[in-house]
Design a protein around this ligand. Structure first.
Ligand SMILES: [Zn+2]
Length: 161
C-alpha cells in the first residue's frame, strides 16, 4: 500500500523513508491512539511546515520569473549596446567628413568673398554696360560681338573684375 505525504500529497511506497522525497517533511508515524495534545501539536507542526514550504515555492517562482526578466533585459542591453556602437561608428564617420569639410572651408570662404565683392560691384558694372550700350552707334547690336572695337571695350571693362 502506498503512503501519502501529509504536506505535499506525494505518494511513496518505501516504508523505511524518513523524509518525503518531494518536500522533505519528516515522515513520522503517529499512532491513532496517541493523545489529542500530541496529535494537535503534530498538526500544528505540519501546518507551519506547509506554510513555510508554500513561501519557499513562491520565492522560487519569483526568483525564476526575475531570472527570465533579467535574461530579457540582458538581451535588450546587448542589442542596445550594438546599436550604440553602430551609432558611434556613424558619428565618427560624420566627424571625419566634417573635419575634411572644414579643411576645405578656407577655399570656400575665399570664393565666397570674391562673389560678395562681385555682387557689390554689380550695380557699377551694369551702369558701365548701360553707358557703353548708350554710346554704341545706332543700329549696333550688342549681341553681334563681331564688332572688334566694342568687344575690346567690353573685355577691358570686364577685365577689371
Ligand atoms: Zn511531501
Amino acid at each position: 500500500m502506498n503512503n501519502k505525504c501529509p504536506v505535499c500529497d506525494t505518494e511513496y511506497s518505501q516504508a523505511d523513508l524518513q523524509f518525503c522525497p518531494e518536500c522533505c517533511w519528516e515522515l513520522v508515524f503517529i499512532p491513532s491512539d496517541s493523545s489529542d495534545s500530541l496529535k494537535a501539536w503534530f498538526e500544528k507542526k505540519r501546518i507551519v511546515f506547509e506554510n513555510a514550504l508554500n513561501d519557499l515555492r513562491d520565492a522560487e517562482r519569483t526568483i525564476k520569473e526575475k531570472a527570465v526578466a533579467t535574461a530579457k533585459l540582458e538581451k535588450d542591453k546587448k542589442q542596445l549596446l550594438t546599436e550604440i556602437e553602430k551609432i558611434e561608428g556613424e558619428i565618427d564617420k560624420l566627424k571625419k567628413e566634417w573635419e575634411e569639410l572644414n579643411q576645405k572651408t578656407p577655399v570656400n570662404n575665399e570664393r565666397l568673398r570674391e562673389l560678395e565683392k562681385l555682387e557689390k560691384e554689380l550695380p557699377k558694372i551694369i551702369q558701365e554696360i548701360t553707358q557703353l550700350t548708350n554710346s554704341l552707334p545706332d543700329g549696333f547690336n550688342l549681341t553681334d560681338l563681331n564688332d572688334l572695337e566694342s568687344l575690346t571695350e567690353l573685355n577691358r571693362i570686364f577685365s577689371q573684375y
